[in-house]
Write a protein that binds this ligand. Structure first.
Ligand code: 0JX
Ligand code: SF4
Length: 316
């Protein structure tokens, strides 16, 4: 039977961002330098394939520092850590390498600066997400108020509405965040913050590409993990852009082929923590069932690269 024709709308940019690339390289360098085991606090990036690959090379993934021995190196994940974590590692004289994305560290610095200037902080982010915990954990407990939605803004209780600042998680929905910022500014006109928000270039660009594809695609697959904030946002953006079916898939085996029956166009993208090998796997699986014509939908060119430290610090 001939395969049905399908236009595959391939998003660009998609997949790995500069912060993810750097964080994975740091773990690989640490393994090369110090040998196994090297401990990693939290998944280095939210992707099972990446984590399993590093685990096979000798990385040991833990959630908290107290699960690490004193005498092995530990790496902090790309999402950032509360200030107490490096403080504790130093106290235990551990060798540690911070793989926090420089764009997340920038938000940490901003929060600390506002705090030093006597401003109370509001963070727009998702409760319990490691980046939110890390950013809030830059300041003493209770100093950062979390808001997740426009509705939350009405209930937030501040010390002094004249002395307020806000920061955001880097992987939020650009549009939802704009609404929350607007609500904050309406309620607290004196609030200060970044020019728009702290959403990074990679998050913004991946959402833009999905917005271009969404209205044209009968369905869209986002390659990414269920705990990956930026990947989940891409599914929401696709649905909002008018795509009737948008689904997160970790890899090809997750694809629900029945849901794709009868489609003529399929969007494909990937979150910032999803490796290209998994995107290729998904495309190959689509090709096995459809007569595919690939159309690249490019909405931005990316050439961001973050320096990886040339030499990792020697154990004490
Ligand atoms: O859940 P997130 O999108 O914050 O993380 P993920 O999927 O690991 O993406 C890369 C790290 C992003 C940090 O900002
Ligand atoms: Fe950095 Fe953005 Fe990538 Fe997060 S998604 S690691 S902030 S570049």
């Amino acid at each position: 039977m001939p395969k049905p024709p399908l236009t595959l709308l391939l998003a660009a940019p998609r997949g790995f961002c500069a912060g993810v690339d750097r964080a994975i390289k740091i773990v690989e360098m640490a393994l090369e330098k110090w040998g196994a085991p090297v401990y990693v606090r939290h998944e280095i990036v939210h992707n099972r394939y990446v984590v399993d690959d590093l685990r096979a090379k000798g990385a040991v993934f833990v959630e908290e520092l107290d699960e690490c021995p004193d005498d092995r190196p530990v790496i902090f994940s790309a999402h950032g850590v509360p200030k107490a974590v490096p403080t504790e590692a130093a106290k235990r004289q551990m060798v540690y390498v911070d793989a926090t994305c420089p764009l997340v560290s920038k938000v940490h610095i901003e929060a600390a600066r506002h705090h030093e200037n006597g401003l109370q902080m509001v963070m727009i982010g998702h409760a319990g997400h490691p980046e939110t915990l890390g950013t809030m954990g830059q300041l003493p407990q209770g100093e950062v108020l979390l808001v997740e939605t426009v509705e939350d803004v009405a209930g937030v209780e501040v010390r002094d509405p004249e002395r307020l600042a806000f920061v955001t998680q880097t992987t939020l929905s650009v549009d939802d965040t704009a609404d929350i910022v607007e609500a904050l500014k309406a309620r607290f006109p004196a609030i200060v913050g970044p020019h728009k928000e702290d959403i990074c270039y990679a998050t913004t660009n991946r959402q833009e590409a999905v917005k271009a594809i969404g209205p044209r695609a009968d369905a869209l697959l986002v390659v990414g993990a269920p705990n990956s904030s930026n990947s989940k946002r891409l599914v929401e953006v696709a649905r909002k852009a008018g795509c009737p079916y948008a689904q997160l898939v970790q890899r090809a085996t997750d694809i629900d082929w029945r849901a794709l029956e009868g489609i003529g166009s399929l969007g494909v993208t990937a979150g910032a923590s999803a490796p290209e090998v998994l995107i290729d796997e998904v495309i190959d699986a689509v090709r096995a069932r459809y007569d595919v014509t690939v159309e690249r939908v490019t909405t931005a060119e990316e050439n961001v690269e973050f320096k990886v430290p040339r030499v990792l610090r020697e154990p004490a």
